[in-house]
Design a protein around this ligand. Sequence first.
Ligand code: KIV
Ligand code: NA
Length: 265
Amino acid sequence: YKRITVKSLVEMKQNGEKISMLTAYDYSMAKIVDAANIDAILVGDSASNVMAGHETTLPITLDQMIYHASSVVRAAKRALVVVDIPFGSYQSDSKEALRSAIRIMKESGAHAIKVEGGSEIKESVSRILQAGIPVMGHLGLTPQSIYKFGTYTVRAKEEEEAQKLKDDAKLLEELGCFAIVLEKIPAKLAKEVAESVSIPIIGIGAGGHVDGQVLVVHDMLGMTHEFHPRFLRRYLDLYDEMSKAVSQYVNDVKSKDFPNEEESY
Ligand code: KIV
Ligand code: NA
């Protein structure tokens, strides 16, 4: 395999090749995603929702993110592995942010980290970059700030917030980030941002005029089924498929159909 690097992603933007990214939080899923030639795997703090059942991304800890990330790193032979730096591990000051980023890189073997926010966290972003750790930004709907927003609706529909987002994207590029995720913002604004910076813009609910797309893998496989935002395309209905399989197993055990002679020693 030719390993995808942060440089490869920037080159893809230059060549007009769209970047594919999905989340994964564990070894088995990451193996499937990596073998299917995904460009980048995000060990998202959405693990807090998807894996642990929390309502928000806020409760997941740095240790838990490192556990998920190290499992994914062991599976990924080709994809770039990017890890979310979790809420509470980088906001206090830039030294704490660097310490957290170093722990992720050292203890998981991941290739880059992702942070939420713009000008508010610029010292932390600079410090992490100075240590040689590649940083992906994340603007628009930033779930770690959900209690500030109050809802998960589309962000930056008003001029003031749109302007701040554009300024933040420029700032993250100037600081040296290698890419930016834009979540749930108008397609027109995302297009403007993608055209105004030379680093790749990876969208989720940000339309098609950006440099790549990311989705939560459990959502696109239809394993989660109480989440129906417009931006989500479901490629499977795994929730139903898996439910049927488990029910069948329960029935087979109860009815003594399983195991049969061939399945016995
Ligand atoms: O945690 C996550 O899954 C994310 C993506 C939705 C971008 O940050
Ligand atoms: Na995230």
